[in-house]
Design a protein around this ligand. Structure first.
Ligand SMILES: [Zn+2]
Length: 97
């Protein structure tokens, strides 16, 4: 899609909303939640031939945040490691209380 060719209908009428002002939209309507207090704005690529839309996050900081906080789909080893970390964080919080 980013190369300008629609993956659905192969038309070359692909337009990018990456430089739209206030990209997150009102109330974050053009953004996805990453964590409780963090959202990432989406760059939308639209094919004006068939109407297909693809969305990308361009903020590298947000992509890094996702790679740390979200579950890595299909990689059970990573998920187990994350769970271990969560347990450690929880026990630290209990000690603080
Ligand atoms: Zn299309």
């Amino acid at each position: 899609m980013k190369t300008g060719i629609c993956p659905k209908c192969t038309a070359t009428k692909v337009f990018s909303g990456a430089s739209v002002a206030l990209k997150k939209g009102p109330f974050g309507s053009n953004a996805i939640p990453i964590a409780l207090t963090s959202i990432a704005a989406l760059d939308n690529y639209v094919c004006t031939s068939c109407g297909y839309v693809e969305s990308y996050i361009s903020d590298l900081g947000k992509l890094t945040e996702i790679s740390h906080k979200w579950d890595n789909v299909g990689q059970e080893d990573n998920e187990e490691t994350q769970n271990d970390n969560n347990e450690q964080e929880e026990s630290k919080e209990k000690e603080g209380e």
